[in-house]
Ligand binder design. Structure first.
Ligand SMILES: Nc1nc2c(c(=O)[nH]1)N(C=O)[C@@H](CNc1ccc(C(=O)N[C@@H](CCC(=O)O)C(=O)O)cc1)CN2
Ligand SMILES: Nc1nc2c(ncn2[C@@H]2O[C@H](COP(=O)(O)OP(=O)(O)OP(=O)(O)O)[C@@H](O)[C@H]2O)c(=O)[nH]1
Ligand SMILES: [Mg+2]
Length: 443
């Protein structure tokens, strides 16, 4: 597909920068390069040129790279101007380039959208490119690179191929039902493969939370009675004074969040209002928020002041929790040793005891919840929904009591369609705007 418009954008990041990359894609690219760089340049090679406006005014001097389509990122003619990264340089370059007929500013994700429309990347790879651009931790980067290279897509495409094969076998059996040369054992093999696939898809879908943990972070919520030392621990783990600490019970009211990078994983740590019954209006709202947040956590840190342990009620029991004793420095040697036996961790933010150990344990829990490096996991709710639909069709297809062979074959077709929709092999026009809205301009 060749677009009529050419698009241009700053493809590198925040200005000012050492170097800024301005990218253009579309049919006017060659003419723009010839005009601004003073002639055509060698394909796919960085060449130093003086850049000039059509009236001859010097804009900058920099490197130009020209990629003739279809062997380019978008599949169209593409060029990159590598200029000095000053705001005025970039503004003047963009003004000059959009001054050409048929050239306009790109919309967010529009380069990648063209790459998709020209078959350079599929939808799952496109989503992975968005994740790669947004990756902040090593685990996010690893996951996104793997999927941008097509690992996740290959899984869906292999399932789809198996279903297309299964359907062909079943339809052959229907067509040749009264002939002897298509034995019934063929369909037995086919249906047992489809049953196996249902389990494979279920196992893959079960990994969605692990993928979310990699992409969005592992949720850790600190809970406990007022004055248990929650905000003090929060500050110690965040390594800054993010929360107010006082000796007054009821200091923290709102949820406070910091993001940590533990062993390459994003961990979101939330400090909460101390849980108690008799509380003022503002504090009561804070406590309600704390409980709601705790319900969605991956790990709870249940803090208790070892010098005056107070029980707190209605902690969500289905969520993994660590019992953490605080203020260990206030105990003498013997009582401290006995506290160590009663809690998973006993800490002091005054002398630092136990804080590193607790942090390491949170890291281990997060790593475990995120699965093993290299696991193929669904990376969007969109994938899980379509996989769920595919499996509902497959369940109908393998249920031999309900429907005849023709309808069972049709269920296989519908399931294969759903898999095709995930990678964008079929009928996805309606999803494109949603997917490309995840991008920044210039990508
Ligand atoms: N300067 C620069 N660096 C960049 C990009 C870019 O666009 N420009 N990329 C932007 O995301 C990434 C690299 N991705 C790219 C993907 C494909 C092609 C490309 O030209 N593909 C052709 C030719 C392939 C080949 O020669 O092997 C093709 O697919 O036909 C270029 C960059 C990261 N680094
Ligand atoms: N000695 C000692 N005091 C601590 C320690 N941790 C917290 N404290 C003190 O305990 C008091 C309460 O600490 P916070 O961290 O504000 O407690 P909190 O659980 O956030 O309290 P609320 O926000 O009111 O629910 C403060 O005076 C802290 O200085 C500790 O490890 N050792
Ligand atoms: Mg607090």
């Amino acid at each position: 597909m060749i677009s009529r418009d050419s698009i241009v954008a700053l493809s590198s990041g925040r200005l000012p920068a050492g170097v800024a990359v301005i990218r253009i894609s579309g049919p006017q690219t060659r003419f723009v390069v010839e005009t601004i760089a003073g002639g055509i340049v060698k394909d796919r090679a960085a060449v130093l040129r003086k850049f000039r406006a059509p009236d001859g005014a010097v804009l900058d001097s920099g490197l130009i790279v020209f990629f003739p389509g279809p062997a380019s990122f978008t599949g169209e003619d593409v060029a990159e101007f590598h200029v000095h990264g000053g705001r005025a340089v970039v503004t003047r370059m963009l003004e000059t380039i959009t001054g050409f007929d048929g050239v306009r500013h790109a919309e967010p994700g529009e380069f990648t959208r063209r790459a998709f429309l020209n078959g350079k990347v599929d939808l799952v790879e496109t989503e992975a490119l968005a994740d790669l651009v947004n990756a902040e931790t090593e685990a996010q980067r690893r996951f996104a690179v793997q999927n941008a290279e097509g690992v996740q897509s290959q899984l869906y495409l292999s399932w789809r191929r198996r279903l297309i094969h299964a359907r062909a076998m079943i339809e052959a059996e229907i067509d040749f039902a009264d002939e002897d040369d298509v034995p019934g054992s063929v369909s037995d093999t086919v249906w047992s493969d489809v049953r196996a696939m249902i389990d494979e898809i279920d196992r893959h879908v079960a990994g969605f939370r692990a993928g979310e943990i990699i992409r969005d972070g592992f949720e850790v919520v600190i809970l406990g009675a007022p004055n248990a030392g929650k905000s003090s621990l929060f500050n110690a783990l965040a390594r800054r004074d993010a929360a107010i600490v006082t000796d007054e019970p009821g200091t923290t009211r709102d949820l406070l969040e910091v993001v940590l990078d533990l062993q390459g994983l994003r961990v979101r740590l939330t400090d909460t209002a101390g849980l108690r019954e008799a509380a003022g209006k503002v504090e009561a709202i804070g406590i309600e928020k704390a409980r709601a947040k705790a319900d969605r956590a991956d790990l709870l840190l249940l803090l208790q002041d070892v010098t005056e342990p107070q029980a707190v009620s209605s902690i969500p029991s289905a969520i993994p929790a660590l019992q953490v004793g605080t203020k260990r420095d206030l105990l003498d040697g013997q009582t401290a040793a006995s506290a160590d036996r009663r809690y998973d961790h006993v800490i002091s933010v005054v002398d630092g005891t136990g804080v590193e150990g607790l942090l390491a344990e949170i890291g281990r829990r997060a790593t475990h919840a995120a699965g093993s490096a290299g696991d193929i996991l669904p990376s969007r709710l969109r994938h899980v929904e379509l996989l769920g639909e595919a499996n509902r069709h497959l369940h109908r297809a393998v249920d031999e009591r309900a429907i005849g062979q023709e309808l069972r074959a049709e269920e296989l077709r519908l399931a294969a369609d759903r898999l095709g929709r995930i990678v964008g092999a079929i009928d996805v026009e309606d999803m494109l705007d949603v997917i490309f809205a995840q991008f920044c301009i210039g990508k």
